[in-house]
Write a protein that binds this ligand. Structure first.
Ligand code: NAD
Length: 272
């Protein structure tokens, strides 16, 4: 396989910075363009001084469609905002560029729209609410364990700037666990009186989800499963946002072999 040419959308944001550094340092990948209205006209090296030398001279663009047309990247990696990600995906698919999307806040309708767009253009889009390998294994183990327990709850903890709750990871975990239970849903312990509204969390697939937001956290999740006289806790802790990069690079390498919409990283794990 030749060198995979990458455009990073949201390049001046927190995750975009990690992705630019990761792509710049990866074998078989080249960072060819960066888009972000926050850095228009600046060289990436001014914003990310620790970037690889070859990538420092890239000028940040504010206009995705013309940048796609000019550089013809193989893959757009998008870590932006829910309000703009759909337009970005559409622009990339129109230009024949595959998409790896980390931006969260996707609704079910958005997913269906992206699947339709990708299929009609003969393109590919992989969207994952969590690119960390450990978090994906945590979800997989939780889906495996759920058939042996009667109760499950999810506690997710994130930094105070996270815009949505619960996290996309918690939602996907609950969806995977509910799907694994099939026609035998989990039980939810009834609460006779709620002294504070919402104190039992938001319930998805009969799984209460509790979202903690606090400075000091990056992104953590515990899945607690309960049975007769025992609990099993599957826990994942993120200590740095670098944890997302191996999964992003895995997706960017694999996407040439995919078509339509792929949701989540689970189907790629074990491919490396
Ligand atoms: P951030 O606010 O630091 O960065 C977002 C960047 O997008 C900003 O620099 C902003 O200027 C830029 N932007 C806004 N509109 C744009 C547009 N039209 N085109 C290009 N760039 C645009 O946010 P962040 O912390 O980097 O997170 C970005 C997204 O990634 C969020 O949705 C977050 O929840 C998600 N996230 C996902 C994962 C994962 O593994 N999937 C991990 C961490 C964060």
């Amino acid at each position: 396989m030749g060198v995979v040419r990458i455009l990073v959308s949201g390049a001046c944001g927190s995750m975009g910075g990690y992705v630019c550094r990761g792509v710049g340092a990866a074998d078989g990948m080249e960072l060819v363009a960066a888009v972000d209205p926050a850095g228009i006209g600046h060289h990436l090296g001014e914003i990310l001084p620790d970037l690889s030398e070859e990538s420092k001279g890239i000028k940040v663009s504010g206009h995705l469609a013309s940048t796609l047309e000019h550089y013809e990247p193989d893959v757009m990696i998008d870590f932006t905002r829910p309000a703009v990600v759909m337009n970005n995906i559409e622009a990339a698919l129109n230009a024949g560029t595959a998409c790896v999307v980390g931006t969260t806040g996707f609704s079910e309708i958005d997913s269906k729209t992206v699947a339709r767009m990708a299929e009609s253009k003969g393109g590919a889009c992989l969207s994952a609410p969590n690119f960390s390998i450990g978090a994906n294994l945590m979800m997989k183990f939780a889906a495996e364990a759920v058939s042996s327990f009667e109760y499950a709850e999810i506690i997710e903890r994130h930094h105070e700037h996270k815009k949505d709750a619960p996290s996309g990871t918690a939602v996907k975990t609950a969806e995977m666990m509910a799907a694994a239970r099939g026609s035998k849903p989990l039980s939810v312990v009834p609460t006779a009186r709620h002294n504070v509204a919402g104190s039992r969390g938001g319930v998805l697939g009969n799984i209460p989800i509790h979202a903690v937001r606090m400075p000091g956290y990056v992104a953590n999740q515990e899945v607690v499963l309960g049975g007769l006289g025992e609990t099993l806790t599957i826990s994942h802790e993120t200590t740095s946002r670098e944890c997302f990069i191996p999964g992003v690079l895995l997706a960017a390498r694999a996407i040439s072999g995919l078509s339509g919409l792929t949701y989540g990283l689970d189907s790629l794990l074990g491919d490396e």
